[in-house]
Design a protein around this ligand. Structure first.
Ligand SMILES: *Cc1c(COP(=O)(O)O)cnc(C)c1O
Length: 481
């Protein structure tokens, strides 16, 4: 399998070449040249793999379709090492939880639990594999990588828990000083591994992002210190996420003639884009429901055909903060497919129109209708008030506590239920990560998994620094050996 850029660059690359890269040379995102097609026989075989051998074996089967430059035995070992019951707390890794009232014939919907990994958010599902892939590939090449990132919560901690103790990798993670929840701070800052560096910046999240940009734009420094990233546009992360759409489907159905729909709490469009890939491969998915919060860039597009990125001033800080985005960095992948894989057109939209006008408009393009008719996309949005009501209702009706992002998903899923089609809402985090809003909704603290008992009291390792890129460069240079 070879990979191409959404902006039409002529290069074709193998998986391991793009693994450690971010954007394609022309600024586009990487996608496979084509999506492997799975027919009825293939689905039946994968269903058996899932039933008889479990998640890691299913992951190996799906990854093998896209990776031809890692020997099969090595890839199998990497999957087995990543997806273990010891790490995820269940044999199923991503179990379905039916939301079903006593006495009713069928569940209203299912939650697919993606947040039982080390940091209690779905990003672990991909990041844990990425950590093992990075260590493997860097070892093979005899190279090192210094990951520089900016986080306001979930991404940074998922990256650190994936890379801790990995040979050849260091993580320098900036976060806004004092602005993450106490639980999130404790989660990250209590990591004492030598290769993990927490840097609390005296500023806001945008300052952290600006620093990462400034350091990455210093090409000499970037080359000399082998600076890399793990952001959500990485194809390997997206590919890892494709697996749980299959695992969810096999749990909710007994035959390949049945369809299911997925609702995905969305920000950067990485999670639901993996659903799109699974559907393109032939997974029987009726609808992909995109749920946004008050930052409704994606909902606006699917309703109107207008994609309009937001400025800092009109990006809202919400109670589902991991979906607070001003633009959706993976969205270009879907638009490329929607427009018949026209690289020149995709480039004119994402490379030119967005830069000059901050928007593009596909409402007049006949292919916009395909987004729902052909690709199954629908959307909706949720607000803080909706979130509180949904958390309360799901708790009262089913005795299940859900987090704020999952609540946005349940709210929008309920507006899109279809008779006879099971709806799977992806549970993207556990409530303990956003305890403040849970208390606001339910008047009580969320449960805390035993392994996180008392983490706020653990010793912390964090360096507080001013918002200054030169200072960060010096810090990296001093800690790179
Ligand atoms: C990152 C994140 C999301 C958004 O996922 P995207 O892939 O950016 O669309 C939703 N919920 C939680 C809890 C997250 O951490």
């Amino acid at each position: 399998m070879l990979y191409l850029s959404t902006r039409g660059h002529a290069d074709r690359k193998h998986f391991c070449e793009i693994l450690l890269e971010g954007l394609a040379p022309d600024g586009g995102l990487y996608l496979p040249e084509s999506y492997p097609q799975l027919g009825d026989t293939d689905l039946t075989r994968l269903r058996q793999v899932w039933q008889q051998q479990g998640y890691a074996a299913l992951a190996f089967e799906i990854l093998s379709l896209y990776i031809d430059d890692i020997p099969a035995a090595d890839l199998k070992a990497l999957c087995d090492k990543t997806y273990t019951a010891a790490v995820y707390g269940t044999e199923a890794i991503v179990p379905l939880k039916p939301l079903q009232a006593k006495g009713s014939a069928a569940p209203e919907l299912y939650l697919e639990a993606l947040s039982n990994g080390p940091t209690l958010a779905f990003k672990d599902m991909a990041m844990q594999l990425l950590g093992n892939l990075f260590e493997y590939e860097l070892g093979r090449r005899g190279e090192e990588l210094n990951i520089l990132g900016a986080t306001s919560g979930d991404t940074g901690s998922a990256a650190e828990y994936a890379m801790r103790g990995k040979k050849g990798v260091r993580v320098f993670m900036t976060s806004p000083h004092g602005r993450m929840s106490p639980f999130q701070q404790a989660q990250m800052f209590s990591l004492l591994d030598q290769n993990i560096h927490n840097i609390a910046i005296e500023g806001v999240f945008d300052d952290c992002q600006d620093i990462v940009k400034a350091v990455s734009n210093d090409l000499d420094f970037k080359r000399k210190y082998k600076i890399g990233t793990v952001n959500s546009i990485n194809w390997a992360r997206l590919l890892a996420q494709v697996v749980y759409y299959f695992a969810g489907y096999f749990q909710a159905t007994t035959a390949n003639s049945q369809q299911v729909s997925f609702t995905v709490p969305s920000g950067n469009f990485g999670n639901v884009c993996a659903g799109h890939v699974a559907r393109m491969m032939g997974l029987p998915v009726a609808q992909l429901v995109v749920a946004t919060n008050e930052n409704d860039v994606l909902d606006e597009f699917f309703r109107t055909g207008i994609y309009r990125v937001r400025g800092t001033a009109d990006t809202h800080e919400t109670s589902s903060p991991s979906m607070d985005i001003s633009k959706a960095s993976n969205f270009e992948r879907f638009v490329f497919d929607l427009l018949g894989r026209d690289g020149a057109l995709t480039k004119s939209l994402f490379g030119d129109a967005l830069n000059t006008q901050g928007r593009f408009d596909l409402s007049g393009d006949a292919r916009f209708a395909d987004a729902s008719a052909r690709y199954g996309f629908v959307s909706g949005k949720s607000t803080h008030a909706n979130r509180l009501v949904t958390i309360r209702q799901v708790f009262e009706q089913y005795g299940v506590m859900i987090d704020t992002h999952t609540a946005d998903g349940v709210k929008v899923a309920r507006e899109n239920l279809q008779a006879g089609v099971p709806m799977l809402v992806l549970e993207t985090a556990l409530p303990i990560k956003f305890a403040g809003t849970i208390v606001e909704a339910l008047g009580r603290e969320p449960e805390r998994p035993a392994k996180f008992e008392g983490i706020e009291a653990l010793p912390k390792r964090v360096k507080v620094m001013p918002a200054d890129a030169e200072g960060i460069k010096r810090y990296i240079a001093e800690h790179c050996h």
